[in-house]
Design a protein around this ligand. Structure first.
Ligand code: ATP
Ligand code: MG
Length: 354
């Protein structure tokens, strides 16, 4: 029996609902397989926890998480706490504390899902987001607060080490995929320091990967290419901010924010990696039981791959595709199915597979 220890942080809003659904599906997979088991440990670190204790993660919290094989995360964000506090104190504290510098976001149109984009079935992308520095380094400040001459600065930091390791990760990813194609996305025409470093290091690293076809695109231009010529992209590497934006676009083009998964990887495996659906807490639908859990299911596929459970990952992905193809959809995809109904349907399907 192969056992995996999973730290579960459901967080806030619909994060709680979809992660519970994801756990049930993983449990059904484990029971079906008979040679695989999960030991889930729940951590209540959320905005409610923050309002009660004045912090998101208790003293020694990261050390506690460090002994797990993976972290399954819902979402964080509450109307009672400013977003920049919740994001930094929980999600980014884990990403940065565990040096999860490679954020991976696959985008593909699942069967039975409608996109507003004609030709969306040609989308098969993996967006690699630099997850440890850049525009979200937290550097900057405010002076002359409240006065007419007030200034706020937001300083992006790009280190050669940080840029090189994400490019190397992206080349490895591109090489592992059938098309072996990698697109570099920056804004080096208008931003002439850090972005130029990104470009230069990319082409240095490219010399080690002659089998990977490369091209480069400015971030503004790549958004039009995603919409107009989706089949010309495969693996894409971009900075923290740019990839944040284009991966939300990718999620919308493939149907809904409710479907898309993310992995925050520490590729060296010195620390656990963290897996989460791309969507946030979605207060507008939280507590109603109608959140789409497919993003949390696909996230579980990425977690299984990372845990070395390739067969289970393939089984779950196939079950997700049967579910979406069957036409049972949640509200965000134009259906009426609840989170519970979708979860029951996929668990039942997993149990019935031979
Ligand atoms: P964050 O700041 O945490 O990224 P956000 O403001 O980007 O959050 P999300 O919560 O990610 O907002 O989602 C935006 C909207 O998309 C939600 O308000 C909701 O209507 C819809 N949505 C997101 N995820 C889902 C889901 N899993 N199921 C159904 N609808 C969803
Ligand atoms: Mg968002």
């Amino acid at each position: 029996m192969r056992q995996h220890k999973i730290a579960v942080i459901p967080g806030d809003g619909i994060g709680i609902e979809v992660i519970e659904a994801g756990k049930q599906v993983l449990q059904a997979l484990a029971e079906k397989s008979g040679e695989l088991s999960f030991e889930f440990s729940d951590f209540p670190w959320s905005s409610d926890y923050y309002l009660e204790h004045g912090r998101y993660i208790p003293e020694g919290g990261l050390d506690e998480l460090a002994r797990f094989d993976a972290i399954y995360f819902g979402s964080v964000g509450s109307q009672q706490v400013p977003d920049h506090v919740s994001l930094w104190d929980l999600r980014l504290a884990i990403c940065q504390g565990f040096d999860q510098y490679a954020n991976v976001r696959p985008a593909r149109l699942l069967p039975g899902v409608n996109s507003r984009l004609q030709g969306a079935e040609k989308i098969d992308w993996v967006i690699i987001r630099e997850n440890s520095e850049g525009e979200y380094s937290g550097n900057g400040g405010r002076v002359h607060r409240g006065l007419p001459e007030e200034i706020g600065t937001e300083v992006s930091i790009f280190s050669r080490k940080g840029v090189e390791r994400i490019h190397r990760f992206a080349f490895e990813m591109a090489r592992s995929r059938p098309r072996k194609k990698l697109t570099l996305v920056t804004k080096s025409n208008a931003q002439r320091h850090g972005m130029v470093l990104w470009d230069e290091v990319f082409f240095e690293v490219a010399k080690d990967y002659p089998e990977v076809e490369t091209d480069r695109e400015l971030v503004d231009a790549v958004t039009t290419r995603m919409v107009l010529k989706p089949d010309t992209l495969d693996t894409v590497v971009a900075t923290n901010l740019h990839a944040d934006i284009i991966s939300d676009l990718a999620a919308a083009l493939t149907g809904s924010l409710g479907i898309a998964p993310t992995a925050n990887l520490n590729p060296e495996r010195t620390f656990p990696s963290m897996f989460e659906p791309i969507h946030g807490s979605a207060f507008d639908i939280a507590g109603q039981g109608i959140a789409n859990p497919v993003g949390a299911f696909w996230t579980a596929v990425m977690m299984l791959e990372h845990l070395g459970e390739a067969t289970a990952a393939e089984r779950l992905m196939a079950a997700i595709e049967r579910l979406t193809r069957s036409g049972i959809h949640s509200q965000d995809l134009g259906g009426t199915a609840t989170t519970r109904e979708l979860t029951q349907a996929i668990c039942e399907d997993i149990r019935q597979q031979s």
